[in-house]
Design a binder for this molecule. Structure first.
Ligand SMILES: Nc1ncnc2c1ncn2[C@@H]1O[C@H](COP(=O)(O)OP(=O)(O)OP(=O)(O)O)[C@@H](O)[C@H]1O
Ligand SMILES: [Mg+2]
Length: 490
């Protein structure tokens, strides 16, 4: 959760600190001046008398502290200094504390002006001395019972005590951090997108057969140059290719349909690169654009679009005329053709089935790109005629119920859903954690001599390569899910 929500946490922390800075800047600085008063009581000369006197002083000190903060003294001080404030305002800035078990009282006065703070503290103390003299002198008496001396006078304070910059910053930081963690936790709890292998496998009822990383390169250039590319994305497709062969060891799927719940989950990109990865392993592959509503293969692969799948199905062209060879060795493409008014009917027709069967005969692999399941029925129709259907899930975007609906629509037509593929998985943070794009395993950054290992491990149970050597294949990755259909909750 923390890994996933670090942006929120950082933003909240920064806001907390900025808030603290704003509060600090907006607070009027207050200076504090202090005086100390000493209380003594008139007492006899005997030890007992003196002890008694001291006790009396200690008891008085507490009452004096209250009087120091009282309205009468505040008003006297204001009158004396001619201050432009009322007693309550001054009282709010005066603090008097009796020091326990002593006869001392600390008086602290806060004011925006350091000089005035000092003046108020001193004047207030002097006024208090006079006040006590008046209060403690008995009627008809001459000497007061107790007296107060200003033991320490106030000086001009150099530093303001308010705002307490460091304290404000610490509080802002702590609050920001707490709020960030709180928001991130809440978001995580409310987030019902599919973000983990467990959830994906539970909803789809099949194993995860591939995790395609989010790769900005793919937005510019969809196809990967497998002959020179060893990036994590290329490796992810090689791993997917290997896992395809293990989906059903005895009869590996050869007509493979890629679909997804929503638009833009990476179907076309994944179909193209899976086809290229298969072609890289010296298989003869045909890639079909089964998305007759928003076809993209022609654009993504720089091919001519108008004559393709729909043209052949409607009898407008022969298969051989419509099939295009590409600049990639081993890859032929059947584009979508011109957009027909009734794609679902065309795709569900007998001729579509015959065409797929024919292509299945001619090629090792038939990779079909299709439409999103929740939008139209085309994909489900196509999927019903496939050996294996792979459902793409845009990591952290597709919602659980959307995926469940999509899987339901495949189940209704009896389509052979064989695996799930995460697409656009963030490479950092929690997302990539535990999925391991590394060559040797999840947490091993170094890369090994690929070619040597490849030659030994890639004993393919898939169709025999038709074009000689098999030097560029990745090994089966230990720990990758290769099981076929699982029962839910397994
Ligand atoms: N692994 C990836 N990393 C980054 N961007 C990707 C990746 N895969 C696909 N994209 C981008 O996402 C967008 C959608 O991809 P794509 O066309 O393959 O999806 P789609 O499922 O076929 O969409 P549609 O439902 O429209 O057919 C494109 O801009 C593509 O470049
Ligand atoms: Mg597409």
């Amino acid at each position: 959760m923390l890994r996933g929500g670090w942006v929120v946490i950082i933003i909240a922390t920064i806001l907390g600190v900025l808030g603290a800075v704003a509060v600090t800047l907006l607070t009027t600085p207050l200076y504090q001046a202090s005086t100390r008063l000493f209380v003594s009581t008139t007492s006899g000369s005997s030890l007992a008398d003196r002890y008694q006197g001291n006790r009396l002083s200690q008891e008085r000190v507490i009452s004096y502290a209250e009087l120091l903060m009282g309205e009468t003294l505040a008003q006297h001080t204001i009158d004396k200094l001619g201050l432009d404030m009322d007693a309550a305002e001054l009282q709010a800035n005066v603090q008097a504390n009796a020091i326990p078990d002593t006869v001392l009282i600390n008086v602290q006065v806060r004011d925006p002006s350091p000089v005035r703070a000092r003046d108020i503290a001193n004047t207030m103390s002097d006024e208090f001395v006079a006040m006590v003299r008046k209060l403690e002198t008995p009627e008809n008496g001459v000497t007061p019972d107790a007296r107060v001396v200003v033991e320490q006078r106030a000086s001009i304070p150099s530093q303001p005590v308010v705002p307490a910059t460091m304290r404000n910053l610490a509080i802002g930081l702590a609050f920001g951090l707490l709020a960030g963690v709180g928001i991130a936790t809440l978001r995580d709890l409310l987030d019902n997108t599919v973000k983990s292998r467990e959830v994906l496998e539970e909803i789809t009822g099949v194993g995860l057969v591939g995790s395609i990383p989010l790769d900005k390169e793919r937005r510019k250039q969809v196809s990967i140059a497998f002959e020179s590319d060893n990036s994590p994305t290329a490796e992810a497709f090689r791993k997917l290719r290997t896992n395809l062969k293990f989906l059903a060891v005895d009869s590996p799927p050869r007509v493979i349909v890629f679909t997804s719940s929503n638009p833009s989950e990476g179907k076309s990109t994944t179909a193209i690169n899976t086809a290229l990865a298969l072609a890289e392993a010296d298989h003869n592959v045909v890639l079909i654009d089964g998305d007759m509503r928003r076809p993209t293969l022609a654009k993504y692969l720089d091919l001519v679009g108008p004559v393709g799948f729909s043209t052949v199905l409607s009898g407008g062209a022969e298969l051989s005329e419509a099939l295009q060879t590409t600049r990639f060795p081993g890859l032929s493409v059947l584009t979508a053709g011109s957009i027909p008014p009734n794609p679902s009917e065309l795709l569900g027709s007998q001729s579509a089935r015959r065409l797929l069967a024919e292509l299945r005969e001619r090629f090792d692999y038939v990779v079909v790109d299709s439409t999103p399941l929740l939008a139209v029925t085309d994909a489900a129709v196509l999927a019903a005629g496939a050996d294996a259907v792979l459902i793409m899930a845009h990591f952290g975007q597709v919602k659980r119920e959307q995926l469940a609906h999509a899987v339901g629509s495949l189940e209704r037509v009896g389509a052979p859903l064989r695996g799930a593929v995460f697409s656009m998985m963030p490479m950092r943070g929690r997302a990539s954690y535990g999925y391991g794009y590394g060559y040797y395993g999840p947490d091993t950054p170094q890369r090994g001599p690929r070619r040597e290992v490849a030659a030994q491990t890639d004993a393919t149970p898939g169709p025999a390569p038709r074009r000689g050597g098999n030097s560029r294949q990745a090994p089966a990755e230990a720990g990758e899910p290769v099981s076929g259909r699982r029962r839910r909750g397994e």
